[in-house]
Design a protein around this ligand. Structure first.
Ligand SMILES: Nc1ncnc2c1ncn2[C@@H]1O[C@H](COP(=O)(O)OP(=O)(O)OP(=O)(O)O)[C@@H](O)[C@H]1O
Ligand SMILES: [Mg+2]
Length: 436
């Protein structure tokens, strides 16, 4: 669409909503720089290219500062303009896609498969969307099961590299020698057994993204080579004299304390700084308890559909139980727990009792499990029963299942101990040492 003046352009713009605007500076009513400001106010995703016959550096700088995508002096080659326009189209498309996803996140709490509306998660997702379409190296940190791999996938999906497949390298899974040849490749005859050329994963990721998953575990020798790749942006397959230029966006992830590894000399500090240009921290589930119901419901819908149990739902107290439970394995553990309860619950309502409690070999567990879903009386009963079972079991174990000795140890009458054992279903034979 064309417009004879700046004002006319603005009115067309509001109806027609273009992707790209090309404008002159000197025009009958409002000038190009004012138009630029108005366009940006109306929709910042529209890309604006300025063209003028009165080019001065000052103008150009102001236009670019005000958000113009590019600036051309007349006369210009058409080829240059069409090139700039096609870049603008891509930029606008990505910005809108981004906006759409943000909106979606706000409305439904979903962002490239990452569920959650909490401030902490939103901050991580915001950072993801801001750095996604750049080439900066990103280090994703977070405990196991917090969605680091999903975050990497989102980074890739929102970049202009998205049409190509992201290559994921599970670093700890590969032994040192193999990791090196997998990453950088080799030429036929480079070593015994190299019967053909092998393309490394870096080369396979050319034009795309590579995710170095669990980077903390790679051996120092490979770290050194990786550092070179990040610095020089080129690789040299084993047995080849020439380096190959590559264009690969690198994302690394870890759930380990890299700073400690650096102190111990197990991780190169210079590599750390190269990887850590931007760090994205994925929050542990305990830091975002308000997201637990949303995530739980998401997995309930998912597995209920998968196993043909569409009518399943959580009892109200189950959600508070889930919020208060410990989640050492973070979202992955929550996902598994919901899957299991969908499979094993017989009725259509999932109650707290259908949620497996965490393993008792966990020393960090709270002494008293969360019970706010029970009445005071029920909770007291529950605690009393946990206490009695544990206490009596320990005494019986210490006395090799001898009830009289255990009673003396506990300061109880033999009959009283027997009553308690019956009530809690404990049998002395279960506490005898196995016979040799
Ligand atoms: N916010 C989230 N919303 C929905 N699903 C999630 C979320 N975070 C993680 N998941 C799911 O949890 C599981 C683990 O996620 P992912 O593999 O990305 O975690 P990770 O941090 O890489 O874990 P690890 O350190 O164990 O490799 C996946 O099934 C993933 O889909
Ligand atoms: Mg992972």
């Amino acid at each position: 669409m064309t417009a004879p003046s700046g004002r006319k352009a603005l009115s067309i713009l509001k109806d027609w909503h273009p992707d790209v605007v090309l404008t002159d500076i000197k025009m009958p009513d409002i000038d190009g720089l004012t138009l630029l400001k108005e366009v940006k106010e109306f929709d910042p995703t529209i890309s604006v290219i300025i063209m003028t016959g009165y080019a001065t550096i000052e103008f150009a700088v102001r236009a670019l500062k005000d958000g113009a995508y590019d600036f051309f002096e007349k006369p210009f080659e058409i080829k240059k303009i069409t090139h700039a326009v096609s870049h603008c189209l891509e930029r606008t498309r990505l910005l809108r896609e981004n906006q759409r996803l943000h909106q979606k996140l706000k409305n439904h709490g979903e962002f490239h498969g990452l569920i959650g509306k909490s401030e902490k998660l939103a901050q991580a997702l915001d950072l993801i969307s801001r750095v996604a379409d750049t080439d900066v190296t990103v280090l994703i940190r977070g405990e196991s099961g917090t969605g680091k791999e999903l975050a990497a996938q989102a980074l890739h999906a929102m970049s202009s590299r998205a049409p190509h497949r992201m290559i994921t390298v599970n670093c700890p899974a590969l032994p040192e020698q193999i990791l090196e040849s997998e990453l950088f490749g080799y030429m036929k005859g480079a070593f015994t057994g190299a019967t053909r050329n092998k393309q490394g994963l870096f080369l396979a990721a050319n034009g795309s993204t590579i995710l170095l998953d669990e980077i903390a575990d790679i051996p120092i020798s490979v770290q050194t080579k990786l550092l070179r790749v990040l610095q020089e942006k080129e690789i040299r397959p084993l047995g080849q004299n020439q380096s190959i230029k590559i264009d690969v966006r690198v994302i690394a992830s870890t759930n380990q304390d890299l700073e400690t590894k650096i102190e111990k000399g197990l991780f190169r500090e210079d590599l750390f700084y190269r990887l850590n240009v931007v760090t994205i921290e994925m929050p542990a589930l305990r830091e975002i308890p308000e997201d637990i119901p949303l995530i739980a419901q998401h997995f309930l819908n998912l597995y209920a559909a998968e196993y043909g149990r569409e009518r399943m739902s959580f009892a109200k107290e189950t959600l508070s139980h889930l919020i208060n439970r410990q989640w050492k394995g973070n979202v992955r553990e929550l996902q598994n727990v919901i899957k299991r309860s969908v499979l094993l619950t017989t009725g259509s309502t999932i109650f707290p009792r259908d949620i497996p409690s965490k393993h008792t070999d966990d020393n960090n567990c709270r002494l008293i499990p969360s019970m706010s879903h029970l009445s005071y009386k029920e909770a007291k009963q529950e605690i009393l029963s946990i206490f009695s079972k544990t206490y009596i079991s320990e005494a019986l174990k210490a006395c090799n299942g001898n009830v009289t000795a255990a009673a003396t140890r506990c300061g109880l009458e033999r009959q009283a101990l027997q009553r308690l054992m019956r009530r809690y279903g404990l049998r002395s034979v279960d506490f005898r040492y196995p016979k040799e």
